[in-house]
Each structure stands twice: as C-alpha cells, then as structure tokens.
Design a protein around this ligand. Structure first.
Ligand code: NAG
Ligand code: NAG
Length: 341
C-alpha cells in the first residue's frame, strides 16, 4: 500500500515537472536571432543602459528605472499584467517608500491550476559608495529578465493557442534588496520580505512553480552551484544546456573553460547566502538561486559599472537563460526556424 502511494506520487511529480529539451535547430535559432545588442551597456536604446544609474528606493533614479521597465513591457505584443506593489517600511534612517514591480503573463487555461515560472532580480542600488551603479548588482540581471520575456513572448502566444498548458511566466523586479545602512535581517531585502508575506496571505505562493533568483551576473567565468535539493534538477538542466551550446560552438566563452554550472552540490552553504529568496524559501517555495560563488571582484565597489561587465559572459547568459526559459515553458516545437545544425 505504501509503495503504491509512493508510485502514484512519483507519477504525479513526473507530470508536474515534465520538461522538454529544445532541439538543436531551435537552440541555433535563438543563437542566430539573439539581439544581444539590447544588453550592450553602451546602447542608449537598449534594455540595460537606462538601468545603469543610482536607483535608491524612493529616488528619482528608481522611478526612472521602473518607468523604463514598464514602458518596455507595454511594447510587447501580448498583454502583460503590470503591477506596482508600493509600500512604506521603517528603515534605520526613517520610513521609506519602496515599490516592487510584478509583471505576469498567465496562460489562458490557468484558472483552475495557476502556476508560474517566476524569474526574479532586484532593481534598487546601494547607497554606498556614493555614485555606486551596481551593473552586476543587479542591473544586468534586470535587463536579462526583460530580454527573456521578449525572446519568448510570441512563442508563448502560439503555444497557448494550441495547447492546454497552464504554466505562466512572471518577472519580478524587487526593490530594497540592499541594506540602507548595514546588512541585518531587518535592514535588507525590504521588497522580498514584503512580497513573500503578502503572497502568503493571498495564497499566491502556491502558484510559484519555481522561483529563479538572478543576482551578481555579468562578470567573466561565474561558478554557479546548486544550493537546493528541490531545484537541483533544474541546475542539471542548465548544466546540460551549457554543454550542448558549448559543444555546438554557440557560446562565446572558451570551449575549454570550466563549466559555469558546477557539478558539486553546495546544499550546506545555502543558509549563508542572504538574498531576496530567503523569505520565500522560509515559506516553502522551491528556489533556484543563480549567483556566482565566490562573488565577482567588483561586488559592492565603485568599479561595478557597465564597463566592468564581461561581454562574453553577458552574451552567454542571454543564450543559456533563453534556452532554459523556453524549455521550462514547454516551447519546443514553437521555436521558429528550421536551420538544422
Ligand atoms: C507541452 O506541449 C505539448 C504540445 O506542444 C503538449 O502535448 C504537452 O502536454 C505539453 N507538456 C506539458 C508538460 O504541459
Ligand atoms: C512616500 O511617498 C509619498 C507619496 O508619494 C510622499 O508623500 C512621501 O513623502 C514619501 N515618503 C518618503 C519618506 O519619501
């Protein structure tokens, strides 16, 4: 009896996590049409350039970055639901205004079973040192989220017009990740703490199929470990994507370079990495934390600007994550282009 229940459970888990790998010509298609100039830190009309400025919670820069993100999503074909989650929180310097941005596209058939792949980065910057830009922290991850949504936008429309998939795509731009003074449990991750507690009371945490947090990305040769058993299978999918792309010479990083997605598990250090995922992990959400360990050298220094981003890594992240999102969203068969490798 116990065994049968276990078997049933395994079948059920199998259905929920069915994951389809992209065909080689589909990877090639994404590689050909990648539009990575959108992520060029010097392209004034791109996605990244307008984020490369100080953007403290409640500041003019913060509002400008939000407006940039919102107007970009308004240009996409499909209707993305844009929510500004504004709140006031006590900080060591008094009450401050914060605003999370939550941008969602749900599948038409999602009413009964609301599920979302939730991709997350923080858009605020740190107060010190003065003039701090935070290109890896997390301007590039934010621009990457915008880029990913655009890459799969029309494919989702086609996919959803034929199938019964209920999985939606959600991008969350969190405010107030950085400490206002010194990092403590109460002076940090303001936006994440607010949102996790709100979604808990609104029963929306259950709709998160996987919470993928992108942080400190854009430097050369990141080493990304798997921190959670619950998301380990997705870390393995990323390993496989990297390997296939590299084997087919679609990545710009050296073919012989160490794999970004390290095989060694680091479940024991997960608790030492304070970041926006923590209030979600604490509430039982399955999290994939994409953060390089060790942190890049420019971390929390004045040198963390667009100029110190590595164009090779920025290119490769764009392609790897596009493939990951397309696979997770079950888009194989809907990626246009027939060029066989
Ligand atoms: C993926 O999409 C195909 C149709 O393209 C569908 O047959 C299949 O059931 C979908 N898989 C999942 C896990 O929803
Ligand atoms: C927060 O925003 C409100 C409304 O825009 C404004 O009146 C208030 O002064 C702001 N508070 C702070 C601390 O900036």
């Amino acid at each position: 009896m116990k065994l049968q229940i276990l078997q049933l459970l395994l079948v059920y888990i199998g259905i929920c996590t069915a994951y389809t790998v992209l065909k080689q010509h589909e990877l090639k298609y994404f590689s050909d049409k990648k539009n990575v100039e959108l992520l060029d830190p010097e392209n004034e009309n791109g996605l990244l350039y307008p984020i490369l400025k100080p953007r403290l919670p409640g500041s003019k820069g913060s509002k400008e970055v939000r407006d940039h993100i919102i107007s970009f999503f308004e240009t996409l074909d499909a209707g993305w639901n844009i929510e500004q989650d504004a709140f006031v929180s006590e900080t060591p310097t008094g009450p401050m205004n914060f605003t999370n941005l939550i941008i969602t596209r749900d599948a038409p058939s999602s009413e009964s079973d609301l599920k979302r792949l939730t991709l997350v980065a923080h858009y605020d910057s740190k107060a010190e040192p003065e003039g701090f830009i935070g290109a890896i922290d997390s301007a590039y991850p934010c621009a990457l989220l915008m880029y990913l949504a655009a890459q799969v936008d029309t494919m989702l429309t086609e996919h959803w017009s034929t199938g019964t998939d209920s999985l939606g795509l959600q991008l969350v731009f969190l405010d107030g990740e950085e400490a206002i003074k010194d990092w403590t449990d109460t002076d940090s991750i303001y936006g994440a703490r607010h949102l996790a507690s709100r979604w808990e009371s609104e029963k929306l945490l259950e709709s998160i199929d996987l919470f993928v947090l992108l942080d400190l990305l854009g430097s050369s040769n990141p080493s990304i470990y798997s921190f959670y058993a619950s998301s380990h299978v997705y870390h393995e999918h990323l390993q496989a994507i990297e390997k296939t792309l590299r084997r087919n010479k679609l990545l710009k990083s050296r073919r012989g370079a160490p794999s970004w997605f390290r095989r060694a598990k680091r479940f024991e250090v997960a608790g030492q990495l304070g970041d926006d995922h923590v209030p979600f992990v604490e509430r039982g959400v399955s999290v994939l934390h994409l953060i390089p360990v060790p942190f890049p050298d420019t971390w929390h220094t004045i040198k963390d600007t667009g100029k110190s981003l590595d164009p090779v890594a920025c290119h490769d992240w764009a392609l790897i994550m596009t493939a990951f999102v397309a696979e997770y969203m079950n888009l194989t068969g809907f990626v246009s282009g027939n060029s066989e490798l």
